[in-house]
Design a protein around this ligand. Sequence first.
Ligand code: NAP
Length: 455
Amino acid sequence: MAIATINPATGETLKTFEPLNDAEIAAKLDLANQTFEKYRQTSFSERSHWLQKAADILEQDKAEFAKLMTLEMGKPFKAAIAEVEKCAVVCRYYAEHAPGFLADVSVKTDASHSFVRYHPMGAILAVMPWNFPFWQVFRFAAPALMAGNVGLLKHASNVPQCALAIEDIIQRAGFPEGAFQTLLIGAAKVADLMADDRVKAATLTGSEPAGASLAVAAGKQIKKTVLELGGSDPFIVLESADLETAVVTATTARMLNNGQSCIAAKRFIVAEAIADKFEKLLLEKFEALKVGDPMQPDTDLGPLATPGILQDLDQQVQNAISSGGKVLTGGHPLSDRPGNFYPPTIIIGIPPEASIAKEEFFGPVALLFRVPDIDAAIKLANDSPFGLGASAWTTNNQESDRLVEEIEAGAVFINSMVKSDPRLPFGGIKRSGYGRELSIQGIHEFVNLKTVWVK
Ligand code: NAP
């Protein structure tokens, strides 16, 4: 894949970049290692100060950064603004809390003194996706930098200007040169990086094949990885649910980021007793959405990020139809305009056992399933190779307890859509990956947890 900015709303190539050659990559790895030796000696208060400054820059220039995101991957500008603001929040969160998260932890034993101490590991490689081009990177960078690690970013090839802007923000914030570097490289270079002694561990957010390939490369070198992969989150609506709020939230949860979010609600599992009503209301909401230029403030749904994603999604919809699904609205790319536009789409009647029902639809397509009761809802929700998040709607406490207890996922949200929050850990199980980002658990992923015993 070429490293380039191609406007998804028009198909126009705006800028192309030459990937780094081997000598340039080696120079950046050397710099990362040299910087680490000094950077690890800096105090928490220095790191916090720099990270707060990064938050200031994000807030001051949010319109500029948001515009870059919309230009490179097509998310609505208003959502891009919110993303930049959230990046500032995660910077301030770790600037404030990391010293506490990484303080020595005393453990009473028969030693005179025994405790746990957290040490940084060195250069951590972050392989990141285009869908939240700033957020995905900052939620890695903020804890990693506070822990005293240095970061190497291999961003998705379609968001190079975002990748360079992030490196620049961290540099301007005052972090030492080499504390965070962007490597403009293709995916084929990642395995070599994992084999390099100068890279100590890696985190990847992206598709299953990318995650598996990184894990193989890291496994050969016995290096730690965190993988945040795909999801096909269920959105369960039971009979007692507040239907109106559930439908409004269902629409937001499916359309988030033009439908391209790992934690978007993708499979709508609705109790038979309310299914007709839910279906009718959801159809009204989907058909009322405004599809168009993502820079316009009244646009709800912009283009998909690349022509390849559009083609893949369309193929999945056609497969769903040939498996027995019926399209209620949408169902074909919008051919009346340039760019990668796909309309809000609802498909009902796919047999739950069909293999297409178990795939992740990375775009504005909702799959609707009807179930007789909560037992069937939980069974269908869990009948997925993924286990990222789940949203479930009920006003019955017993049902709520069962959903929390029995749904196989990294997160369950009751009467709310699934979202990430710096204060809570984020990550999945099954083929959605392993490890956690955010919160105290996130900062502990890339540290050496050293046991100390003093007699
Ligand atoms: P992708 O193709 O896997 O790309 C993600 C990153 O991995 C890019 O930087 C890509 O580089 C790189 N990559 C691709 N193949 C690789 C390989 N074989 N070895 C090493 N690196 C490789 O995924 P995407 O299509 O951009 O993103 C969509 C997927 O990400 C969805 O499944 C979505 O659910 C998942 N996602 C998960 C989370 C989460 O937190 N769980 C968040 C967001 C997205 P190039 O661009 O150069 O190919």
